[in-house]
Design a binder for this molecule. Structure first.
Ligand code: 5RP
Length: 221
């Protein structure tokens, strides 16, 4: 990628993140995602000086958010969030997502599912005609060899365990319909989480491009 193209992508990430920050209301309980696009969200949110209760999907996000003065609490007492905002690796036209490039997909999915509104923020390189591998996985360390036997095309990441002790991997199996792969993965007990997020989780997608920020609403709730 040329420097000019790279700069354009960074500007798009910032534009999507700043648009999402405007959707947050004073007093909201907010889920903070993980990644380079969310890195633009955090200062934009902090600059609004709202009274917020935030939960973070990774130690990285938590540290940056705290440094910016956002109030982050453990995700134990809150039983619902008003809004969660996060990036994505791939966005299909029907609203299916692949997430987990940063290895935070277990916590990201828990936070998205707890949010009344889940807003995805992305640059123009994230929409795809159809989802493709790899699909990020988080696997239980217990019985790892047996789980990997079921997942012939999974490759372990050279990365530390997740904050919840899970082993990070990527599944390189090609697939047609995401829901069929979801059914297969959900049937393997050692798969703690996968990076396929269904449209029913997603209420808003903000995609920034040369012409501005496009606002899609694929969600069913
Ligand atoms: C982390 C994620 C990220 O949201 C996803 O990988 C997109 O990251 P970025 O904004 O850096 O492109 O799912 O687990």
């Amino acid at each position: 990628m040329t420097t000019a193209a790279g700069n354009e992508i960074e500007q798009q990430k910032r534009a999507a993140a700043e648009a999402a920050a405007q959707l947050v209301e004073d007093g909201a309980r907010v889920g903070l995602g993980t990644g380079t696009t969310v890195a633009y969200l955090l200062p934009a949110l902090a600059a609004r000086r709202l009274r917020l209760r935030c939960v973070a999907t990774s130690p990285r996000t938590e540290a940056i958010a705290r440094e910016l003065g956002l109030a982050v609490e453990p995700f134990t007492a809150l039983d619902e969030l008003d809004i969660a905002i996060d990036g994505a690796d791939q966005i299909a036209p029907d609203g299916w997502l692949v997430k987990g490039g940063g290895g935070a997909h277990l916590r990201e999915k828990i936070v998205a599912a707890a949010a009344r509104r889940f807003v995805v923020i992305a640059s123009a390189d994230k929409p795809v005609a159809r989802l493709r591998p790899p699909v990020p996985l988080e696997l239980a360390a217990f019985g790892l060899a047996a789980t990997l036997r079921e997942l012939a095309d999974a490759r372990l990441r050279e990365a530390a365990s997740s904050p919840d002790g899970g082993v990070l991997a990527d599944l390189h199996t090609s697939f047609e319909a995401p829901q069929e792969l979801v059914a297969r993965l959900d049937a393997i007990p050692g798969v703690l989480a996968h990076g396929l997020f269904p449209p029913a989780l997603v209420t808003d997608v903000l995609i920034a491009g040369p012409a501005g920020v496009e606002h899609r609403r694929p969600g069913l709730h």
